[in-house]
Ligand binder design. Structure first.
Ligand code: NAG
Length: 449
């Protein structure tokens, strides 16, 4: 691999724009990057520190180890197959059919028949999912008639990803970008206010201690459940607290829980206050996630090409180099000037993009994300099992060139987790209810992107 190729690979990746063609054909990265100029539009805004929020020393958000009875048994884990949603952008109809549907949609829009118009736009997009004019028209409709600027903005970005010179999409995007940026910033400010509120609570208070413990188990439960582990919350709790086995559940499922817990403790003990994070630290997290016993995969990078749904991660021979670049980037000035939630989300995204391991990439990425949050004085964030498809969908949108929906999703999860800490004592606190009763959908609580 030539150095030149790496440089350009990194250049685009740092700007969080992944070459789409490269995903489709892992050999064509040179041509792809030759044709692509990273755009300023895709860069994330730096974080302006307000009121020295970051300088406040945060308490530890994990429960005391003494509160969780457990030994340090060696464990073994096998990975369950991961299923990424396979959303193909296959044209289901001809361009002519699709454009006819758009014409009808525009007619309906003029006649104020918005529901019909919406259906026709969706139909047109199903026929030609990546047609820039259709994306742009639908975006305009959502912006004007549904007041959904975030989704409209995303559609303009998508139109521009397909057709970078699309003049109407460029104009539209120029208008929506600052509005969407502002909305995203407002959420981060809310998050910071809630974090301050949380820090200022009395952390010796028994009920807050109970909440921390509760969230600790929730965290483990959701992060393994999202990958298909079938243990319930109370079973998860039993496994962690007693190390006893739950009848009817496989050894693998037990080990996933114990491995995750061991990784969390390791992060809390060793990495939260460590000066510089190294590649070895990420391997050490992974080693715990997959268990200490598996000498082949745990704590080592993959040797072969893997395929994750439609995502084709970089070549196995590039992984070591990319991971070294990755940890440098984690600690680079351009990264550190971002809001911690953005840093955490980007680190998560980039790790699953590189996909350095055969198994356990998602869990390691979530732990790494939480390590970054904890290092910055934020509590670890729960990605709920029931938000799995939103989560994978946001990762896919990032692979397609727009990382902001993923960052936004992580911000929503952060806010939701903070709400649980702050309001767990209140009967019916929304995010808590949704954590505890993942089957009962509470639509007012859905973390929409
Ligand atoms: C996390 O770290 C804190 C501070 O060192 C410690 O008191 C606590 O027991 C740890 N909790 C876990 C679960 O590792």
């Amino acid at each position: 691999m030539s150095e030149d190729r790496f440089l350009r690979y990194e250049k685009c990746n740092t700007e969080i724009y992944v070459c789409k063609e490269y995903i489709e054909n892992s050999n064509s990265i040179n041509e792809c990057l030759d044709s692509y100029v990273c755009k300023e539009n895709f860069q994330l805004k730096p974080y302006i520190q307000k009121n020295g929020f970051r300088s406040i020393t945060a308490p530890n958000f994990l429960p005391d180890t003494a509160d969780i009875a457990a030994s340090d048994d060696l464990i073994r884990i096998d990975e369950v197959a991961k299923v990424f949603p396979s959303k193909k952008y296959k044209n289901e109809g001809t361009e002519q059919e699709a454009l006819t549907a758009v014409q009808m949609a525009l007619k309906m829009k003029n006649l104020h028949k918005f529901e019909k118009a919406q259906k026709l736009f969706q139909h047109a997009l199903a026929l030609q999912p990546l047609h820039p004019d259709i994306l742009n028209h639908y975006g305009e409709f959502l912006e004007e008639k549904e007041n959904n600027i975030i989704k409209a903005d995303h559609l303009y970005v998508r139109a521009l990803t397909v057709s970078p010179q699309h003049s109407r999409a460029l104009v539209n995007r120029k208008r929506t970008l600052p509005v969407v940026d502002e909305l995203d910033e407002q959420e981060l400010e809310r998050i910071d206010r809630k974090r301050i509120e949380l820090i200022q609570l009395n952390h010796n208070n028994p009920s807050l201690k109970r909440v921390k413990k509760e969230i600790y188990f929730q965290h483990i439960y959701h992060t393994v459940a999202i990958e298909g582990n079938t243990m319930t919350l109370s079973e998860t709790r039993t496994v962690v607290e007693t190390r006893m086995s739950v009848p009817g559940k496989s050894v693998v499922e037990h080990n996933e829980i114990l491995g995750l817990e061991s990784a969390l403790r390791y992060i809390n003990k060793t990495l939260v206050n460590k000066d510089k994070i190294a590649v070895l630290d990420i391997l050490a997290i992974h080693k715990r996630v997959l268990g200490h016993v598996d000498p082949i995969e745990a704590g080592s990078f993959r040797q072969n090409q893997v395929f994750v749904g439609e995502h084709i991660p970089p070549l196995a021979s590039d992984v070591v180099y990319l991971m070294e670049e990755f940890v440098d980037w984690l600690q680079s000035d351009s990264m550190l000037q971002l809001h911690p939630v953005k840093q955490a989300a980007l680190a998560h995204y980039k790790l699953v993009y590189i996909h350095p391991f055969v198994d356990g990439n998602g869990r390691t990425a979530r732990l790494l994300m939480n390590m970054i949050l904890m290092r910055n004085g934020y509590p670890p964030v729960i990605i709920r099992k029931q938000d799995r498809s939103l989560y994978y969908n946001a990762i896919q949108l990032a692979n397609e060139g727009d990382v902001r929906p993923f960052v936004r999703f992580i911000a929503h999860c952060t806010e939701c987790t903070l709400n649980v800490y702050l309001h767990a004592q209140e009967y019916g606190a929304k995010c808590l209810m949704a954590l505890e009763q993942p089957k009962k959908q509470d639509y007012s609580d859905i973390i929409a992107i």
